[in-house]
Ligand binder design. Structure first.
Ligand SMILES: [Zn+2]
Length: 399
C-alpha cells in the first residue's frame, strides 16, 4: 500500500521538520560545548554544510539561544565572528521533593543557581505536600527570572518520566499521581518528573567534575536508598523507569518490616531512619544518651562510641554488599555516594568500600572507585534541571 501524493508531501514535510530539529540541536550543542566558536568551525565539528549551519544559527540568534560576541583570529581572510550560548538565554526551575523540605531554584543553562526557595514538608501528608509544591512554584515564578524553559522535579518513588506520573511514592502514599501533568497545566510549562536518585546521578555526572566519564553510579542514601545509573553518557532508567530501586531489595537476615510492606529491605538496615531506630532500640546501652536523632548519632559515631559504631558499621556493610552486586552487574568503575548517611564520613565510607570489595569479583572491585559526592545539597534540584535541558535542548553537558 503506497501513500498518495498528498500523503507523501505531508511525510516529506515531517521529515524536513525533524531534520531541522536535529540540526538545531547539533549546532546549539556544539556552540554550547565549544563556544566561543565560528560558524565555519561549527560546520567542521558537526559535518553540516556552512549554509545549513548559517541558517540554523540565524534561527538561534532570533530566539536568543545564541549570540555573537566579536571576532576570532583570522586565518588569512576575514576574521570570523564568534558565537556562544548565553548562560541565561533560558532559565529553568529545578525542584527536589526531599524528606523534610521542598527545595526549588531558578537555574541557568550552566547549572548556576540564581534564586532559591525552600519550604518545610511533612513526609507523611501527601495532600499537603502537593499544596506546598504549588506554593513553591508560585514563589519561584513570582521572583525575577528570564524566559523559562520549563520545570524539572525530582521526587522519591517509582516515576514514569515519559508521562510525569508518580506510580508509587511510599513516603507520601502517592499512587498513579499525574504530577507532571498537574504542574504543566497549572503553569503552562514543559515539565519533567524523575526519580530523585536518578536526578542525583545526572547532576553528579553533569556538574560533579567527573567530565567525560561515560559510566557512573550514584547511590543516594538518606531516609530512603536508591541508585541512579548514567551508562554510555545517558541516564539509564530501565524498562519501567525503576532502574536503581535497590532500597527495597531484601538483604537483611532479620525480619524487620519495611514501610513498603516487605521485610528485610536494604532500607531497614542501611538508611538514616534505620540507624536511628536501631540506636534507639539499643538506647538502654547507649552511653549517657538523651533523645537520639541523626545529629546525636553522628556525634556519637565520630567520638568513637562503641554502640554507634556497631549500628553504623553494620549499615555500611549491608550497603557495601549491595554496591558489590552493582559492580558485578554493571562493571561500573565510578561510584559516588550522596545523601544524609554520608555525614558519617570516612569510617562509614571505609566500611562500605571494604564490604563492596569483599563481595564483588576482586579484579572488578579493585578497579572501582567508591567516593562521597562533593556537590550536595542541591543535587536533585540540579539533576532535574539537567534532565529538562537534555530533553528539551539536547544539551548534554559533556564537559
Ligand atoms: Zn522495603
Amino acid at each position: 500500500m503506497g501513500l498518495n501524493p498528498l500523503g507523501m508531501q505531508t511525510l516529506q514535510k515531517a521529515t524536513n521538520r525533524e531534520t531541522r530539529r536535529i540540526n538545531q540541536r547539533l549546532v546549539m550543542g556544539t556552540i554550547y560545548d565549544e563556544g566561543p566558536i565560528s560558524r565555519a568551525h561549527v560546520a567542521r565539528v558537526t559535518g553540516l554544510t556552512r549554509t545549513t549551519v548559517s541558517d540554523v544559527v540565524d534561527g538561534l540568534l532570533t530566539d536568543g539561544l545564541a549570540e555573537e560576541i566579536g571576532f576570532g583570529q583570522s586565518t588569512g581572510g576575514k576574521a570570523p565572528i564568534l558565537l556562544r550560548v548565553p548562560d541565561d538565554a533560558r532559565q529553568l526551575i529545578g525542584i527536589e521533593v526531599g524528606d523534610v523540605h521542598l527545595s526549588g531554584a531558578i537555574v541557568n543553562l550552566r547549572g548556576e543557581i540564581r534564586h532559591a526557595v525552600e519550604l518545610p514538608l511533612d513526609a507523611r501528608d501527601g495532600e499537603r505536600a502537593l499544596s506546598q509544591l504549588d506554593l513553591l512554584v508560585d514563589r519561584l515564578m513570582a521572583g525575577p527570572h528570564r524566559p523559562l524553559l520549563g520545570i524539572g522535579l525530582g521526587t522519591p518513588g517509582l516515576i514514569d518520566t515519559s508521562t510525569g506520573t508518580v506510580q508509587w511514592a511510599v513516603n507520601f502514599d502517592w499512587r498513579d499521581l499525574p504530577l507532571g501533568q498537574h504542574i504543566a497545566e497549572r503553569w503552562k510549562l514543559r515539565t519533567y518528573v524523575v526519580n530523585d536518585s536518578q536526578a542525583a546521578a545526572l547532576a553528579e555526572h553533569t556538574f560533579g567534575g567527573h567530565a567525560r566519564r561515560p559510566n557512573m553510579v550514584v547511590v543516594k542514601v538518606g531516609r530512603g536508598i536508591g541508585a541512579g545509573f548514567v551508562l554510555d553518557g545517558r541516564l539509564y532508567q530501565g524498562d519501567g523507569f525503576g532502574a536503581g530501586e535497590i532500597g527495597h531489595t531484601a538483604v537483611a537476615d532479620g525480619n524487620r518490616p519495611c514501610h513498603c510492606g516487605s521485610f528485610g529491605c536494604l532500607e531497614t538496615i542501611a538508611s538514616t531512619r534505620a540507624v536511628v531506630e536501631h540506636a534507639r532500640e539499643l538506647a538502654p546501652r547507649f552511653a549517657g544518651s538523651g533523645e537520639i536523632d541523626l545529629d546525636t548519632l553522628v556525634e556519637a559515631f565520630q567520638s568513637g562510641d562503641a554502640l554507634a559504631n556497631e549500628v553504623v558499621v553494620d549499615a555500611a556493610e549491608h550497603l557495601g554488599r549491595a554496591i558489590g552486586a552493582l559492580i558485578g552487574v554493571l562493571n561500573v568503575e565510578h561510584i559516588v555516594l550522596v545523601g544524609e548517611m554520608t555525614r558519617f564520613g570516612e569510617p562509614w565510607l571505609s566500611a562500605v568500600r571494604r564490604e563492596a570489595r569483599r563481595s564483588a569479583l576482586a579484579l572488578l572491585a579493585d578497579r572501582a572507585q567508591i567516593e562521597i559526592g562533593r556537590l550536595s545539597p542541591n543535587l536533585v534540584v540540579l539533576g532535574s534541571a539537567a534532565l529538562l535541558m537534555t530533553r528539551e535542548l539536547g544539551l548534554t553537558f559533556s564537559r
